[in-house]
Design a protein around this ligand. Structure first.
Ligand code: AMP
Length: 213
């Protein structure tokens, strides 16, 4: 399957993407994970992205499109992909449309995962992320077996640098101003699936139903 996952930070895009990869071998493509990897490795890309990320602002559309043009050409994308955290602005959505046309690719649809703000805030402050494989934990509902250590890869599990109260508030307003308009964009394209759901299983069920599986 080839899907775009839309939703505020903390809506569950990453969790849903990880569950979907197990169904048909589609790969999760998270621009946030790619950028965090680049920051940790100290590459040129990481240096360019670091300040905006820490503040909860968006990285430039040009930088993101450069990453995605390369990423979508990789072999593992042939089995399908789940775009998690991309596109995030109207210019990115338009550039993606042109890129996919050029590549002769067609997406199935875009899923908008809608979760109430109070649930989002609670999740983001209690979320912890593995620095090695990106696995997502929650200190209240889903802690790692050993505190601070990833069950899957053994690397440290930490609170993200952009999960301070200030950065979270900024990320939510950036989402409302720059990313939420994509819901209307994909509705106009006739390719939107809206799901009101706080459980990732309910989101998966809705996606499977729309795919006709
Ligand atoms: P995420 O893990 O998806 O919440 O992304 C973390 C941070 O990476 C965001 O707050 C942005 O600073 C940056 N980022 C990730 N994806 C994008 C994108 N598509 N466009 C611009 N910035 C992005």
């Amino acid at each position: 399957m080839k899907l775009i996952l839309l939703g505020a930070p903390g809506a569950g895009k990453g969790t849903v993407a990880k569950l979907l990869t197990k169904m048909d071998g589609s790969v999760q493509i998270s621009t946030g994970d790619i950028l965090r990897g680049a920051v940790a490795a100290g590459t040129e890309l990481g240096k360019k992205a670091q300040a905006a990320m820490k503040a909860g602002d968006l990285v430039s559309d040009d930088l993101i499109m450069g990453i995605m043009e390369e990423r979508l050409k990789e072999d593992d994308c042939k089995a399908g992909y789940l775009l998690d955290g991309f596109p995030r602005t109207i210019p990115q959505a338009e550039a993606l449309k042109v890129l996919l046309e050029k590549m002769g690719e067609k997406l199935d649809f875009a899923v908008s995962i809608e979760v109430p703000t109070e649930v989002i805030l609670d999740r983001l402050t209690t979320r912890r992320t593995c620095t090695g494989c990106g696995e997502i934990y929650n200190v209240k509902s889903n802690p790692p077996k050993v505190e601070g250590v990833c069950d899957k890869c053994g690397e440290p599990v930490v609170q993200r640098e952009d999960e301070t109260e200030e950065a979270i508030n900024n990320r939510l307003s950036v989402y409302n101003e720059q990313t939420a308009p994509l819901i209307g964009f994909y509705e106009n394209e006739g390719m939107l699936l809206k799901v009101d759901a706080t459980s990732s299983d309910a989101v998966i069920d809705a996606i499977q139903a729309k795919l006709g599986k």
